[in-house]
Ligand binder design. Structure first.
Ligand SMILES: N[C@@H](CCC(=O)N[C@@H](CS)C(=O)NCC(=O)O)C(=O)O
Length: 197
């Protein structure tokens, strides 16, 4: 399996996911900051938008970190890193899988760019409502799905860690404990060390 990756990008989520799964994979560097740099020809098939992360697994070629994490969890760790489709927890799990690309990232983009928010008409609500929903979602739990760490924690946990690194999280936010738990996982440590190497 190939992971198309570049350091200091959202591809760090996919590295964390691979580490949680304990799967063997080949990390193929795509220099996204130099469009002239040679690229593995498979990358274009896996990522029509030219973005990392993307994967090639047999005949499967996909991009979008949430799609990759969901695919890998269902394919290689059903019932562990993802509730199975017949599990009543599956619905809530999917909600949190989509929370990062649909709500968290647009709300963060709006906040960091200083764009005007419009909680009613913007699909992601606004930044403060997003933080509150996340704080409520993790309240009293170790992980988003309770005691079981899942792919949703890879997606949400990494974005929450970004938020803290960028100083956008209030110091008294209850998310701090959750982020600490995410950062203590060996898989996340390896993913971040890979970025630095
Ligand atoms: N929604 C995508 C975002 C991926 C993304 O924006 N990747 C950036 C790096 S963080 C990228 O590859 N940019 C290069 C480009 O757009 O040319 C995901 O979650 O995977």
């Amino acid at each position: 399996m190939k992971l198309f990756w570049c350091e200091k990008t959202r591809a760090v989520r996919a590295v964390w996911m691979f580490e949680e799964l304990g799967l063997n994979y080949e990390r193929v560097r795509i220099d996204i900051r130099d469009p002239e740099a040679p690229r593995d020809p498979e990358f274009a098939k896996a990522s029509p938008m030219g973005k990392v992360p993307a994967i090639a697994d047999g005949e499967v070629r996909i991009s979008e970190s949430a799609a990759i994490c969901l695919y890998l969890a269902d394919r290689y760790s059903p019932g562990q890193l993802a509730p199975t489709v017949d599990d009543p927890q599956r619905g809530e799990f999917l909600y949190w899988m989509f929370f990062t690309p649909s709500i968290m990232e647009p709300a963060m983009g709006e906040k960091f760019s200083g764009a005007e928010s419009n909680k009613f008409s913007h699909g992601w609500g606004d930044f403060d409502t997003m933080i509150k929903a996340l704080e409520d979602g993790i309240a009293g739990k170790t992980w988003l799905m309770g005691d079981q760490f899942t792919a949703a924690d890879v997606m949400v946990g990494m974005s929450a860690a970004f938020l803290r690194q960028f100083g956008a999280l209030p110091p008294d936010s209850s998310l701090n404990g959750y982020i600490d738990r995410c950062e203590a996982r060996p898989g996340m440590k390896t993913a971040e060390a890979t970025d630095e190497a």
